[in-house]
Ligand binder design. Structure first.
Ligand code: ADP
Ligand code: ASP
Ligand code: MG
Length: 501
């Protein structure tokens, strides 16, 4: 018997059919004698609607949130009606979900009157979708004959008070999670836990950031000492590129925590950027699988860095970023400019995605999310006002018309010439590279390019990935199988497959 924590993403619980499939997947795992912990997202689109309702209300629009109240009722009612046979059970579910939708309406009414939406209020609103979905999925599991109980993660995960991007406090959370969940497992009950949310020590609801249910799943998986964590989504696994952008993107059968961590950090939407963190220390395997195609083995993610041979394994892109440059001849040799610059940036709570510095020290460039670019430039101008006055620094400015392209692959560490091949491929399509950085683990190479060049850049680099992939090993089969390909069989030298297309 293995303990498996499985998370269902929004589309995997998006309507009655999807919920039925999700319940079937849980049922099958229990029938195979696994102990299952379920973590669920909100139904697809619900979190977006909640946030939109709150935002428009706070901007003085009283009509939009009222329409959203109606849409949320219809969506959940349709699922209940299609799925839940027992009228009393259907009624009590419906009442419970109406109660949460009424809370949403009350929050929006308050925001409408105040013309304000604080982070704390936005977190309370965003959390409602998961709180509506978990009882529905638990009721469906009970109907299929599995004892099941919904659990609200705001009573389990203890976080700091960054309400919309909360940090989980592991020392506080682990015992609370174990106390809350293990007794159910011992009684053979399948817990269905809300993803995405937690609460401060004072009990104020927080969220773990958009797409945070992936992170919830691995936190619960780690705290409950699960044997494996499975993330059920709407594609066959982690792919070599975003399948919506590159039609030839392929599933990667096996990949390491470090590589997938870089992919998630640099924009691969399939996983929240912190997803692998809780698993690494305990070495718990993670699988990404398709709830619409459960026969496919998906992607296995482990600590085996060379599990899949080949140098360039995947390419990702991050949009909506801004390249900040601080430049001036007088910067040469003046100590502390970089430290002061980044301290000023940190005070704006801006996440720095990559950094480069010209060797002559005449400029520092770094990338932040676009919505922070104006406050970041202002903060730098304030911090370095004296140096600006002396003209040691000429200018600090933001270029919003850029994207970061990242090439990921553990083999890049020992493989000379990868950068040359990547740059050569981009040169063929006249893609101009504005800035470059290599990750500290040497697992990735990031480049800033003009937004208009992104598609060409991603598709050129993906050609290198595909050529590499010809040597890839076939997939592994869950559960339990370690599936890792033999690293010895990985080609150590540049092979035919790694030449430029
Ligand atoms: P969920 O609701 O299950 O969490 P998401 O929409 O958050 O699903 O993530 C899955 C989506 O991520 C896929 O439908 C796919 O379009 C997109 N995606 C982007 N990059 C990748 C990638 N490298 N591999 C797989 N999917 C990716
Ligand atoms: N429902 C949340 C979101 O849409 C969390 C998640 O789905 O992972 O961001
Ligand atoms: Mg997601």
């Amino acid at each position: 018997m293995a303990r498996i924590t499985m998370k269902f993403g929004g589309t995997s619980v998006g309507d009655a059919d999807a919920l039925r499939r999700a319940a079937g997947i849980v049922r099958q795992a229990v029938d195979e004698r696994h102990q299952v912990v379920v973590v669920t997202s909100a139904m697809a689109g619900v979190t977006n609607l909640l946030i939109e309702g709150a935002r428009t209300a706070s901007q003085g629009d009283g009509a939009r949130y009222t329409a959203i109240v109606h849409a949320l009722q219809v969506k959940h009612d349709e699922a209940i009606e299609a799925l839940i046979e027992d009228p009393a059970e259907a009624q009590s579910l419906s009442d419970m979900i109406y109660g949460l939708i009424n809370q949403f309406a009350a929050f929006c009414a308050g925001m409408y009157i105040l013309r304000e939406a604080s982070d704390r209020a936005m977190a309370a609103v965003s959390a409602l979708g998961e709180r509506m979905c978990a009882p529905l999925l638990a009721a469906l599991l009970r109907q299929t004959g599995l004892p099941s109980q919904p659990l609200d993660a705001s009573a389990l995960l203890i976080t700091d008070d960054q309400y919309l991007n909360a940090g989980v406090l592991p020392a506080d959370s682990e015992p609370t999670v174990r106390r809350g969940v293990l007794p159910l497992l011992e009684r053979g009950v399948v817990p269905v836990i809300t993803g995405f949310i937690g609460a401060t020590r004072q009990g104020v609801v927080t969220t773990l950031g958009r797409s945070g249910s992936d992170y919830s799943a691995t936190l619960f998986g780690a705290f409950l000492h699960s044997d494996e964590v499975w993330i059920w989504t709407d594609v066959d696994g982690v792919m070599t590129a975003d399948p919506r952008v590159i039609s030839g993107a392929r599933v990667i059968p096996v990949i390491s925590y470090a590589e997938v961590g870089e992919m998630a950090h640099y924009g691969a939407k399939v996983l929240h950027s912190k997803t692998v963190q809780p698993l690494v220390e305990r070495n718990i395997p993670l699988r990404v699988r398709n709830s619409f195609n459960s026969a496919h083995p998906g992607t296995l993610i482990t600590n085996e860095a060379n599990a899949t041979p080949g140098t360039v394994k995947a390419v990702t892109a991050i949009r909506d970023v801004s390249l900040i440059t601080v430049a001036g001849r007088g910067m040469i040799g003046v100590p502390g400019i970089a430290a002061r610059t980044f301290t000023a940036v940190a005070k704006q709570n801006a996440n720095v995605l990559m950094i480069t510095q010209s060797s002559s020290e005449q400029s520092i460039c770094f990338v932040v999310p676009e919505d922070k670019s104006r406050t970041v430039v202002e903060a730098i101008e304030n911090e370095l006002a004296v140096e600006f006055g002396r003209q040691d620094i000429d200018r600090a400015w933001a270029d919003n018309d850029v994207e970061i392209i990242t090439v990921v692959g553990a083999g890049m560490r020992r493989q000379p010439g990868v950068a040359a091949r990547v740059f050569g491929a981009l040169g063929e399509r006249d893609v101009n590279i504005i800035a470059i950085a290599q990750g500290s683990g040497d697992f990735c190479l990031s480049m800033v390019v003009n937004a208009r060049d992104t598609e060409a850049a991603v598709s050129q680099i993906h050609k290198l990935v595909v050529l590499n992939g010809r040597e890839n090993h076939p997939g592994s089969s869950p559960p339990g199988a370690n599936g890792a390909a033999d690293p010895q069989s990985a080609p150590q030298n540049a092979s035919e497959g790694e030449r430029l297309p």
